[in-house]
Design a protein around this ligand. Sequence first.
Ligand SMILES: Nc1ncnc2c1ncn2[C@@H]1O[C@H](COP(=O)(O)OP(=O)(O)O)[C@@H](O)[C@H]1O
Ligand SMILES: [Mg+2]
Length: 346
Amino acid sequence: MQEREVVLEISGLKTYFPIKTGIFKRTSGFIKAVDGVDLKVFKGETLGIVGESGCGKTTLCKTIVMLNSACEGKILWHDDEFGSIQLPTKDKKQLKHIRNRIQYVFQDPQSSLNPAFTVFGAMDDALKVNGVKSRKERRQIVCDLLRSVNMREDALDLYPHEFSGGQRQRIGIARALCVKPELLICDEAVSALDVSIQAQVLHLLCDLKNRLGLTFLFITHSLSVVEYISDRIAVMYLGRIVELGDTDDLFQNMFHPYTQALRSAVPVVDDSQRTTRILLSGDVPNPADPPPGCAFHERCWRCMPECKVETPKLRSYKVNDKDYYVACHEVHEKLKDKENETNGNK
Ligand SMILES: Nc1ncnc2c1ncn2[C@@H]1O[C@H](COP(=O)(O)OP(=O)(O)O)[C@@H](O)[C@H]1O
Ligand SMILES: [Mg+2]
């Protein structure tokens, strides 16, 4: 199989938030929002990251775009122009380059657009900084972008409050695209929208990806949304990746009990497709005080004695001749023969 080009490489990433208590604001512990993530993002793919609310998806993405700082681990960006850039960087040229290459679409389109700026105003500065001197040219670029996200050109001089939620999200996407990014991080980009509008925006994103050859990191809590849009899916639980594979392989196998539980929560139209409903009891554990061993063991119906003591490693297997990763003691036991020799290389 041909080696795929890696654009983003994350290894051993940990992002902890200190808990400050008392009048002297002493650090009494840490919220382990991201607790050892290894991940590669290939050029041109859509990688979906799925997991319940609070499992660290947003923190992971914000660490990539330097809005949160990591306390351990490495993030590398690879491209032809600069070679490899380690993030975060302080080099001004690299910083400007990275801020154009990686763009973020936020969950809530209402609060991510400044109400004081028109649509043109929201994108004008970014275009100026990137050297588009003539105002006429800048207006033309914004018009083209609006058309590419299926909006009318007369939206150019309107303010965010004059649009519906779906339109605002499309403006958010247009704004992210105005600096010609390579990687678009969509953090729950459709979760705040009505179901019918969700479908429209998802369709638009797929279309843009094909037309512009973008790479997507698509974050959501819904397995059905990632199934629709992703080439590969990573399932996250309490700051760690517990299962990762090609979308088809993942849906065919679903080795990890947490993935199975997420799948069983997706409503089905056809009753014959309904499998036994798995109801997860309780919430995601507190990331400030994670349970010992496997973080999922307290909610797992297949828990074995070693799960309570030892944290399972994310191991690599060959499934349908492709790399597939799982972190579960029971699955490790079952898949022993399929283990990959290049284990550890995510
Ligand atoms: N700035 C912050 N300060 C302290 N704790 C935070 C901060 N941001 C996120 N957290 C905590 O980190 C954990 C993961 O949050 P988040 O990354 O937003 O999860 P998700 O996006 O998967 O819902 C949560 O327990 C959240 O309370
Ligand atoms: Mg989030």
